[in-house]
Design a protein around this ligand. Structure first.
Ligand code: GTP
Ligand code: MG
Length: 203
């Protein structure tokens, strides 16, 4: 899929104020600093459509971006950022949870995990929560530029074996690097195929 246009639509902390249109949407979620906002910029060929930072906790709201005038990408705050105060963590958690529980337009969630790290309980728990709520998700491994190919293979396989303790099948997964433009075509092709399925099932 070619990206012909990518526009910021709205930011807010209230799922009721998200765009009312029924356009299919895809949300990026994961720990703070994992690379959610950077991935949105890579996919849309923009340097700073979504705001990024070396410091965790940059994205604090639900951000909608309209792509090719017919689907939305959603950038969300990260979870698990220790330096956010307990009370603001709770507020984040509440609106993130509400977003996933209430947003009917969501076609699939993408859970981002840093390919360098071992599976973390917070990510596994979040995937479990999505599963319990019947929300489809795929995994996006980020920062693949930081590892050599054989380490990428090993870390992916390790992740797979842990997930298979909880899940019957390994969810779809993608290996990406926003700084090296890795995984872009695969992700866009996947989103395109889901968009096309939506059109067929809505007929
Ligand atoms: P929050 O909004 O704080 O939750 O973070 P985020 O998940 O949106 O992360 P963001 O995209 O802001 O990136 C965090 C840091 O990781 C930045 O310094 C990015 O430059 C860096 N980063 C993101 N993606 C990659 C990648 O693929 N490779 C490398 N090497 N660095 C990356
Ligand atoms: Mg961000």
């Amino acid at each position: 899929m070619k990206i012909k246009s990518a526009e910021f639509v709205v930011s807010n902390s209230d799922v009721a104020k998200c765009p009312k249109s029924r356009l299919p949407e895809y949300a990026f979620i994961g720990r703070s600093n994992v690379g959610k906002s950077s991935l949105i910029n890579m996919l849309t060929n923009r340097k700073s459509l979504a705001k990024t930072s070396g410091k965790p906790g940059k994205t604090q709201l639900i951000n909608h971006f309209l792509i090719n005038k017919n689907w939305h990408l959603v950038d969300l705050p990260g979870y698990g950022y220790a330096r956010v105060s307990k009370s603001s963590k709770k507020v984040f958690q509440k609106f993130i949870t509400q977003y996933f529980a209430l947003r009917e337009q969501l076609v699939t969630a993408f859970v981002l995990v840093d390919i360098r790290h071992k599976p973390q309980p917070i990510d596994l728990e979040f995937m479990q929560w999505l599963g319990e709520h019947g929300i489809p998700f795929s995994i996006i491994f980020t920062k693949a530029d930081k590892l050599k190919p054989n380490a990428i293979e090993k870390h992916t396989m390790d992740y797979k074996s842990i997930l298979l303790e909880f899940w019957e099948d390994m969810p779809n997964y993608f290996i990406t690097s926003s700084s090296k433009n890795i995984g872009k075509e695969q992700l866009l092709t996947y989103i395109d195929s889901l968009n096309n399925n939506m059109l067929i099932s809505n007929d």
